[in-house]
Design a protein around this ligand. Sequence first.
Ligand code: SF4
Length: 140
Amino acid sequence: MKFSVLCSRIAIEAKTQMETICIVCPNGCRLTVKSTSKGLVVTGNKCSKGEKYGRDEASDPRRVVTCVARTSSSHYPCIPVKTEKAVPKKMIPHLLKAVYRLELNLPLKRGQRVIKNFEDSGIDVVLTRSIPPDLRKART
Ligand code: SF4
């Protein structure tokens, strides 16, 4: 099953109740999160991790973002990147625009931060692979 399908909410019956699938482990428990006078109540979880996931998903949903950034090399035109930690979902479109504006010069090293502290969120974007110097370009 696709990650995006797992992540998607099955239904939002009302603002007081939400159904989702826990993606913390392969069990994929179907969770119901209800907003009550005592706060958020999660049911359907088989463990405490699911309860935390359900609460976070209802109050502050976040995702680790993976995508590619451009390089200045015609031989290696793009390189995979990811956020170091999960990003609030509402911030993702803006973060992607910032990544797509990048044009990185070789050499590039895995783990190198290409965006630091995005909009004071404490979130960095890092490279997930290395690319050596573009030797063909250097020779011309
Ligand atoms: S609730 Fe627990 S057992 Fe169920 S999917 Fe989440 S982490 Fe796994």
